[in-house]
Design a protein around this ligand. Structure first.
Ligand code: E4P
Length: 214
């Protein structure tokens, strides 16, 4: 399973990358805005830190404008993937871009049928949003299991990026259900590798060691 970092913060990317945990990066307009940096500059910097896919999202809503934006964005790095919203116009853009060999990540997927349409249009990645679905009481993990089943059954080339992951439990669930990738916010990572019993254990080992070494 692969882990992407869901951030445009280059310090977080460098820190987590140094642990060998980063296979790629995803961003969206809100994530970019949070950093207060130029879009092109920050994507180019991220694409130079990681060799894995780096998703950068279009702002346009019309297919021809999305395609034009995608042509610019895809020039920012060999590993840059163009993120396209899940709409009719978005599907049209994905279809054109896939024929041109430009990789796409179809974002804001909340149902099996949306995922299926994106795969069929030629999406490289599809991004179902787990946290946002659970916020409204929907069964998000079932969505991951169903999408994976469809990919395997019909041999689609698309990979699932489980997105909008906010808790360790959500990551554990999507891992067990076959998401190819999970994109994880920088602030969630420390919660994935820490446990209070680990900290307590270290403290008691050190206390015992110092008694023995007086
Ligand atoms: C995915 O690519 C999105 O950037 C992201 O996971 C959205 O997460 P949020 O629902 O926490 O904003």
């Amino acid at each position: 399973m692969k882990f992407f970092l869901d951030t445009a913060n280059v310090d977080d990317i460098r820190r987590i990358d140094s642990l060998g945990l980063v296979d790629g990066v995803t961003t969206n307009p809100s994530i970019i805005a949070k950093e207060g940096r130029d879009f092109e500059e920050v994507i180019k910097e991220i694409a130079s830190i990681t060799s894995g896919p780096v998703s950068a999202e279009v702002i346009a809503l019309k297919a021809d404008e999305m395609v034009a934006e995608a042509h610019q964005i895809s020039k920012w790095g060999e590993n840059v993937v163009v993120k396209i919203p899940m709409t009719e116009e978005g599907l049209k853009a994905v279809h054109i871009l896939s024929q041109e060999g430009i990789k796409t990540n179809v974002t804001l997927i909340f149902s099996v049928s949306q995922g299926l349409m994106a795969m069929k249009a030629g999406a490289t990645f599809i991004s179902p949003f787990i946290g946002r679905l659970e916020d409204i009481g929907s069964n998000a993990t079932e969505l991951i299991a169903d999408l994976r089943k469809i990919i395997d059954m019909y041999q689609f080339d698309s990979e699932i990026i489980a997105a909008s992951i906010r808790t360790p439990y959500q990551l554990e669930s999507v891992s067990k259900l076959g998401a190819h990738i999970a994109t994880i916010p920088g602030e969630l990572f420390p919660k994935l590798w820490t446990h209070p019993l680990t900290d307590q254990g270290i403290q008691s080992f050190l206390a015992d060691w110092s008694k023995f070494n007086k």
